[in-house]
Design a protein around this ligand. Structure first.
Ligand code: ADP
Length: 282
């Protein structure tokens, strides 16, 4: 679906944001682009959605080189959720969705009322101007707009940022539903929970370079020390020991009265990111 080779990009001020990215996104895959602020995530997404031109290297989408792609047909096949909602603030959610519907062939469109229900946009707000909405409500309206044309390829930039926990759970469920329909999803985020829960594979981006690319499971397994933490009581005191897996097989060699808990010390995706890049995700 997406093939990127040696992608470079410099802004007009001479700032080089991307230093030669290589990756492929398969049809139907949820691909996570994970990195801290300033690592080049939005720049990449803007190139892949045709907003930024003048890049180096090659980009192909829908099996065609991006420079030869027919723009209108391309925009009809993609959906984009921008980090900063791109809506007409003087119009209501319904009127925004009606307006954006006019860009697509009718047979491709989803029903606006169904989308409003899917995104759980409050009924008393749907006819009020977007300017009166909270950040989360704007984000929900933007997601409805991104799904409006039943996209085959969906770009999501920080989809859960600005949402309360209920909204974040709802968005994850919607992303899973889209994925199960076969939609390819390019998810840009610095939220490692979203990446871990949703993505088939993730690329770790730092300073415009890919530091690692694999499934979240492989990244964690390859880099796990596989230690096991045992919490126990001994003479009324709560203690813990870190053991290697083969040490557990030899039974517990320390004195205890009661084993309280045994945890495998699996690293989080954020721990792995730190190992690869030497920096955190914030
Ligand atoms: P991210 O989305 O990961 O936060 P960006 O792609 O926005 O990162 O930014 C990558 C680098 O490009 C950063 O160093 C940022 O300061 C720089 N940058 C982003 N937008 C512009 C711009 N319009 N002009 C100049 N530099 C920019």
């Amino acid at each position: 679906m997406i093939a990127v080779k040696n992608l470079t990009f410099s802004y007009e001020n001479g700032r080089q944001a991307l230093h030669g990215l290589d990756f492929m996104v398969e049809d139907g895959e949820v691909f996570g682009f994970l990195g801290p602020n300033g690592s080049g995530k939005s720049t990449t997404q803007k190139i892949l959605t045709g907003i930024l031109t003048g890049y180096g290297g090659s980009v192909s989408l829908f099996e065609r080189d991006f420079t030869t792609i027919q723009r209108q047909a391309f925009f009809q096949k993609i959906g984009v959720l921008f980090e900063f909602p791109y809506l007409y603030t003087n119009l209501s959610a319904v009127d925004n969705l009606k307006y954006f519907s006019s860009f697509y062939p009718r047979e491709q469109l989803r029903d606006i009322d169904e989308l409003i229900d899917l995104l759980e946009i409050k009924r008393d707000f749907v006819k009020k101007p977007v300017s009166s909405y909270s950040k989360g409500m704007r984000q929900r309206t933007s997601m409805a707009r991104a799904l409006l044309n039943n996209p085959k390829l969906l770009f999501l930039d920080e989809p859960t940022s600005g949402l309360d926990p209920t909204g974040a759970v709802l968005f994850r469920r919607i992303i899973e539903q889209e994925s199960s329909k076969g939609t390819t999803i390019f998810l840009t985020t610095h939220n490692m929970l979203d990446a871990d829960l949703l993505c088939d594979r993730v690329a770790f981006l730092t300073d415009g370079r890919i530091a690692a690319l694999d499934t979240p499971k492989n990244l964690k397994e390859k880099n796990s020390s596989r230690n096991i933490l045992v919490e126990y009581l001994h003479q009324g005191q709560r203690k813990n020991q870190i053991l290697k897996p083969d040490e557990v097989g030899k039974a517990f060699s320390f004195l205890y009265d009661e084993i309280l808990q045994v945890h495998s010390q699996e690293p989080t995706l954020e721990d792995i990111f730190l190992q690869y890049t030497g920096r955190g995700l914030q």
